[in-house]
Write a protein that binds this ligand. Structure first.
Ligand code: BEZ
Length: 396
């Protein structure tokens, strides 16, 4: 696709196609509410985040199956785009789903940079969007909007509680390593905020480009500066490589490794003994012993042959949120005001525990402290209760 600005592309598209008439204001359905909605999945199905995109999709589909293949009484048709976690393609990908395919709802995405561009298109077009992963703080801060919802987390939310955890474990001098893009930067900032406020010092920060996974040179330097601990964000294929390289560099057990739980979720089994001892904070843990989670992780395993993880939960909850909204408006996706009001008020009975949404449409949720012990992610406790992102700058 060209990199012509999205708005220009759209005007040309509307002016030259019959489909433009519908987008320009003519009703899609002459009488009553539609019996079928189109859901656009804009997710990574290739690259380092492919396993995240697949688990979000399968989580969404599992919830849909549990609800008899209908949300609020309407059937669902899917259109998918592999966004490749590529920010330069993000606006065109979102425009393809919204303008060309005319989806009613957009579900996406994983990468914060891609999500920020996607959300700007969705805001401009007024398309209902549910973000099932990307933690970009901006999405529920200055970019917040009536039609944008999130069932995952903000980057601040998942990382801020870990500063106190690391301090309580007695570490004062910590090295940071993460990808150099919106999520990596915001996650490191959130950790630093609480860690340095409590007296912690940052030994050094390493920020390789996304999705680089050559870590050897950084690990050699970390070994030479000998921090008390390392704090890191990687996820998917990059996380697996980092965990293995960390152990292979002889750092495992010598310099404790901390991070948000995206580091181990989805890759724990593949990482094997290299993951032992890693401590993380996250809004979900596979081991959570509540009835919704017990049922969910069994059903997900049965449906996919894979273990459930936080990404599957976020996709599952996106379907629950949409179902609650559509039920309230009897399936009428066009009743936007009532639909958004119902979604804003929803209480989601999630595998992570029940949660509600803030005014900025971000989950208010507990953040768990977890540690890998004998190959299992063990829940050590709740690191922070009912964490609410500050939503600074949200005016919607
Ligand atoms: C992000 O880019 O926001 C992100 C990607 C993977 C895991 C968690 C967050």
């Amino acid at each position: 696709m060209s990199d012509t600005p999205f708005v220009a592309n759209r005007r040309q598209f509307l002016a030259t196609t019959a489909a433009g008439l519908a987008v320009a204001g003519l009703p899609r359905f002459a009488i009553g509410a539609p019996t079928r909605i189109k859901v656009g999945l804009m997710l990574p199905y290739s690259g380092t985040f492919a396993l995240l995109g697949n688990n979000i999709t399968d989580g969404f589909r599992l919830r849909l199956a549990e609800l008899g293949e209908k949300l609020g009484g309407v059937e669902v048709e899917f259109v998918r785009v592999d966004d490749e976690s590529a920010p330069p393609k993000a606006k065109d990908n979102a425009a393809k789903l919204i303008v060309k395919d005319k989806v009613d709802v957009l579900i996406g995405t994983v990468h914060s940079g891609v999500a920020e561009a996607m959300v700007q298109v969705a805001k401009e077009e007024g398309t209902l969007t549910i973000v099932p992963n990307a933690g970009s703080n901006r999405i529920t801060r200055e970019l917040c909007a009536q039609n944008i919802f999130r069932t995952s987390f903000s980057n601040w939310q998942a990382n801020h509680p870990c500063g106190d955890v690391v301090l309580k474990d007695g570490h004062r001098n910590v090295a940071l390593i993460s990808w150099n893009y919106a999520a990596g930067k915001e996650m490191m900032e959130a950790f630093k905020e609480s860690f340095t406020a409590g007296g912690g010092k940052i030994a050094k920060e390493f920020m390789p480009d996304f999705p680089k996974d050559e870590f050897q040179a950084y690990l050699t330097e970390i070994a030479s500066i000998k921090p008390d601990a390392v704090y890191t964000f990687f996820s998917g294929g990059g996380a697996l490589k980092f965990i293995k390289d960390y152990a292979a560099a002889g750092l495992q057990g010598k310099i404790p490794l901390y991070g948000p739980g995206f580091l181990t979720d989805g890759v724990l089994a593949a990482a094997g003994p290299a993951a032992e001892g890693i401590k993380t904070t996250l809004h979900y843990a596979h081991a959570l012993d509540n009835p919704v989670n017990v049922k969910f992780r069994e059903a997900f395993k049965k449906a996919t042959g894979r273990e459930a993880d936080v990404f599957a939960v976020q996709g599952y909850d996106a379907a629950s949120l949409l179902a609650q909204g559509l039920t309230a408006v009897k399936g009428d996706i066009g009743a936007k005001k009532a639909l958004y009001a119902a979604m804003e008020k929803a209480e989601i009975d999630s595998p992570r525990g029940k949660f509600t949404l803030s005014k900025a449409h971000n989950p208010i949720q507990d953040i768990y402290l977890r540690q890998v012990k004998n190959g299992q992610e063990v829940v050590l406790g709740v690191a922070a209760k009912a964490v609410n992102d500050p939503a600074t700058g949200c005016k919607a």
